[in-house]
Design a protein around this ligand. Structure first.
Ligand SMILES: *Cc1c(COP(=O)(O)O)cnc(C)c1O
Length: 376
């Protein structure tokens, strides 16, 4: 079986360090918001090139807390992408605000800067591009639109740990950057965890208070906060992994180049998601586009041959049942809707071997050459 992610293969490479640091946490017996969290925040900020980082319980909370810290709530809108994990929109909904959308670029799947301005209304209080599949959205025009309209930019960087845009790291360009450390992300904890990064000292202070019940110091509740704390075990694990992130991202990019080349040689009608020259993707997911009629049969063929394949994401947020109340009918965002019908995610992780990649490509090619394909 070749998995989409193989967190077990990664664990084998860092096992001893993980055992050492988790045991140390247990022996010290201090479990929530301790020295590992403080050190991890410091190290993450340094890595991202920001002044501050604030650890929280998960990536969805990071988005909700970004909105909260910016004073966004009921009656406000946050403009984001509809082709994303629904959790992007849920973070916005958590503060009572409404997600609104602009369509995507057909080739990258990222929000299309050219479509953002038309979607801005007097209620729009933030623009939140999602750096999809590990590739950053085209930030220069997005930041420029934000500046022109006086609207802050929040980066949903949950898939973009270590990705860059014109030399700047994901999360460091907007007013706030939101990270998830869900186990299968490029930087993953062994459970749920998340963080925000920022250069704004006031926002950092507010976020430190918000995540811990709104307390400035113990029992001094200065605002109505939440419990979105990050624990010492996850922080200790993330501190082991962070120094490996660049090397893991390099391996992912190399694996993607291999896939690109192998697929090109087979000459089958499969198109990898486009990668722009303006930065470096961290290749969170390797996604290909196929003809709509081939998509589901090809996934079935891969599965039958021991290769995990998935769809990220099969339903655009605006067409989900949860967001049907927005009243956005099919046809509202045609590029996102057609992408959702044509994409397949293939296995991608640092430890994926050349042999495994070749097996995946051979199975994809066999679908077409053996005449299993809808148009064989
Ligand atoms: C994973 C993810 C989230 C949510 O993060 P959690 O830690 O699972 O809450 C939000 N946005 C995107 C784009 C994601 O991939």
């Amino acid at each position: 079986m070749i998995y989409i992610n193989d967190t077990g293969a990664q664990y084998e490479t860092i096992k001893d360090d993980i055992s050492r640091v988790t045991q140390a946490v247990m022996e010290r017996s201090y479990f929530v918001l301790g020295e590992n969290v403080a050190a991890f925040e410091h190290e993450l900020a340094a890595y991202c090139g920001t002044q501050y980082a604030v650890g929280v319980a998960n990536g969805t909370d990071a988005i909700a807390l970004a909105c909260r810290a910016l004073g966004i709530g009921q009656g406000d809108e946050v403009l984001t992408s509809t082709h994303t994990a629904t959790f992007s929109a849920l973070g916005i909904s958590m503060v009572g605000a409404t997600p609104t959308f602009a369509d995507i670029e057909a080739d990258t799947g990222n929000i299309d800067p050219a479509k953002i301005e038309a979607a801005i209304t007097p209620r729009t209080k933030a623009i939140m591009p999602v750096h999809l599949y590990g590739q950053m959205a085209d930030m220069d025009p997005i930041v420029e639109i934000g500046r022109k309209h006086g609207i802050p930019v929040i980066e949903d960087s949950a898939q973009a740990h270590g990705a860059t845009y014109r030399g700047r790291k994901a999360g460091s360009i907007g007013v706030l950057g939101c990270f998830s450390f869900y186990p299968t992300k490029n930087l993953g904890a062994y459970g749920d965890a998340g963080a925000l990064v920022t250069n704004d000292p006031q926002l950092a202070e507010v976020l430190h208070e918000l995540r811990n019940g709104g307390q400035r110091t113990r029992y001094d509740h200065v605002r109505v906060g939440v419990n979105s704390r990050i624990d010492e075990l996850q922080a200790a694990i993330l501190r082991v992994k962070l120094p490996h992130l660049d090397e893991w991202n390099r391996a992912r990019r190399k694996n993607a180049q291999r896939y690109d080349e192998m697929l090109r040689i087979t000459n089958v009608p499969v198109q990898p998601v486009a990668i722009r020259e303006y930065g470096e993707t961290c290749m969170h997911l390797y996604v290909i586009r196929v003809r709509t009629e081939d998509r589901d049969p090809l996934i079935a063929h891969l599965t039958e041959n021991g290769i995990a394949a998935m769809i990220h994401y099969p339903v655009p947020v605006h067409l989900s049942k949860a967001y049907s109340f927005l009243g956005l009918a099919e046809g509202s965002f045609p590029e996102a809707e057609s992408m959702a019908r044509e994409i397949i995610t293939l296995p991608m992780y640092a430890e994926l071997t050349e042999t495994q990649a070749q097996t995946v490509v051979d199975v994809v090619a066999a679908y077409y050459t053996m005449g299993i394909g809808a148009r064989g």
